[in-house]
Design a protein. Sequence first.
Length: 163
Amino acid sequence: MEFRAEARYMRVSPQKARLVLNLIKGRRVEEARNTLAFTKKRVAATVAKLLQSAIDNANFLSTEKGLDVDLDNLYVKQAVANDGPRMKRIRPAPMGRAYHYVRRIAHIEIVLAERNRNGTPVETAAAGEKAAKVAAPAKPKAKAKTKAPAKKKAVGKKATAKK
């Protein structure tokens, strides 16, 4: 089971957000929270709130919906920062000119998943069926006819320039 949280239209460039998200990818939730608490980047506080929201989503589903979720076995499966709309701005420049610049916006998404005690991800029934289909041998396909490669054209002489 996956639990996600998304923060849209965050006033930080996606490149800067990815620096922090790469620190927590693949880590256990508690370890990721500690990493974010001691990271000096400004976006780390926003990512920490987003991580807490994803944990709360998992907790809600485990208590209210009756799913069997162990919060201690959660890990950050995916952490992505995508581009949002860009704000075009103009800065005054010398001699009456104007410099154009762009303020970037990011959409940040965190996906948590549950991992077994031995470290392997927990599979749901649907994922197990999908894996069984992939493991089944594929039917051999008919071979397509291949064309002979095209011959190269002869290189012509270059015309000399007139003076």
